[in-house]
Ligand binder design. Structure first.
Ligand SMILES: C[S@@+](CC[C@H](N)C(=O)[O-])C[C@H]1O[C@@H](n2cnc3c(N)ncnc32)[C@H](O)[C@@H]1O
Ligand code: SF4
Length: 337
């Protein structure tokens, strides 16, 4: 079986279908303009599906479509349908800001999509607007409830928590998700990309989030799904559902990381904090056969030795501290969150 330097298998593929976004979340994409990927460089659905099929042959069981904002990619439901027909692929998931979900949910569901994460950091419409700089909370909620009405699930809500910005939204988000049967995923604010001005003081640790929630709604830990999922899951003792916490800064999970990322322009990236990727698009477009591409994928994964979040924690705990700007990273919109 394919294993990397630290004996980690390849199980999970995150595909960025576009680097464009209709929001400008302050923690992700704070500027108005970026150097966008040229449209001719963006992988076609056929190219993505071919690669996904090869990845499944190497052990991938789950694909997540992300971006940028994946629902900005025209006819993304067609990609979902193509991926749905890949034998051996157990799950197709989507992470979206939800702005365009209400109008696309029926076609997406018809194409076979069942699992959706919608990013909602606050239930206060004005604050939502401030945090996303362009978002309309009402539209997002309409999309979320439309998905629920169609019976899709599990429906998860991702919330990035920033101290002094939306840490007072933790409990309202928990109440909302308990009331409506959604599963919250609280995410520690991370130093992704190079432009979000991350400082550790603005991060609320997973431990603190759990303590705050537990004080109001007692919880029991269930650990990580398969021992490798980014989220540690907790269930409410009163049977009111479950939540997850993704604490990649304070409790890194590099040791179990089985995720690869495919950028919209066809680069294979082996860590969320990588500074570069491996060019698959040129290989595809030069007419390479499946065997040649498989050999390339294997050789990249064999050599994979990323453990960035563990190294960051070591640096954070060292006398010199951690300097996010000393390491240039690919922007999250490019490599897919
Ligand atoms: C990059 S987005 C792409 C998909 C889609 N546009 C969305 O927002 O859901 C994927 C996830 O990454 C999260 N994210 C973005 N920047 C982050 C940061 N600095 N720290 C932690 N999570 C972040 C977002 O909140 C979102 O849940
Ligand atoms: S988090 Fe998602 S919605 Fe927000 S700017 Fe990044 S890609 Fe866009």
């Amino acid at each position: 079986m394919l294993r990397d330097t630290y004996n980690r298998p390849l199980r999970d593929l995150r595909i960025s279908v576009t680097d464009r976004c209709n929001y400008r979340c302050t923690y992700c994409m704070p500027f108005d303009e970026y150097t966008w990927i040229d449209r001719r460089e963006i992988l076609t659905f056929e190219e993505i599906s071919r690669l996904a099929t090869l990845f499944v042959g190497l052990g991938v069981e789950k694909v997540r479509l992300t971006g940028g904002e994946p629902l900005l990619r025209k006819n993304v439901d067609r990609l979902v349908a193509e991926l749905s027909s890949i034998k051996g692929l157990r799950e197709i998931c989507l992470t979206t800001n939800g702005e365009l979900l209400a109008e696309q949910i029926e076609t997406l569901a018809a194409a076979g999509l069942r699992r959706i994460n919608v990013s909602i950091d606050t239930l206060d419409p004005q604050k939502f607007r401030r945090m996303t700089r362009r978002g309309d909370l009402d539209r997002v909620l309409r999309g979320l409830f439309a998905a629920k009405m169609l019976g899709l699930g599990p429906l998860k809500i991702n919330a990035v928590i920033e101290r002094g910005v939306n840490d007072d939204d933790i409990i309202p988000l928990v109440e909302f998700s308990r009331e409506h049967g959604f599963a919250m995923r609280f995410i520690e604010y991370m130093d992704v990309g190079n432009s979000n001005n991350w400082v550790s003081e603005r991060m609320v640790s997973g431990k603190e989030m759990i303590e705050r929630i537990n004080a109001r709604f007692p919880l029991r830990s269930r650990g990580r799904v398969d021992g490798t999922a980014p989220a540690v899951d907790y269930e409410f003792l009163d049977g009111g559902g479950d939540i997850g916490v993704i604490a990649s800064v304070t409790e890194p999970f590099c040791g179990g990381c089985n995720r690869a990322r495919l950028t919209a322009d066809g680069k294979l990236v082996t860590c969320l904090f990588s500074d570069s990727g491996h060019d698959l698009k040129s290989l595809l477009r030069s007419g390479a056969g499946d065997d040649q591409i498989l050999e390339f994928l294997r050789s990249v994964w064999w050599r994979r030795d990323d453990r960035y979040s563990e190294q960051r924690l070591e640096a954070l705990n060292s006398p010199e501290g951690y300097q996010p700007h000393h390491h240039r990273k690919i922007e999250m919109i490019t490599l897919g969150g």
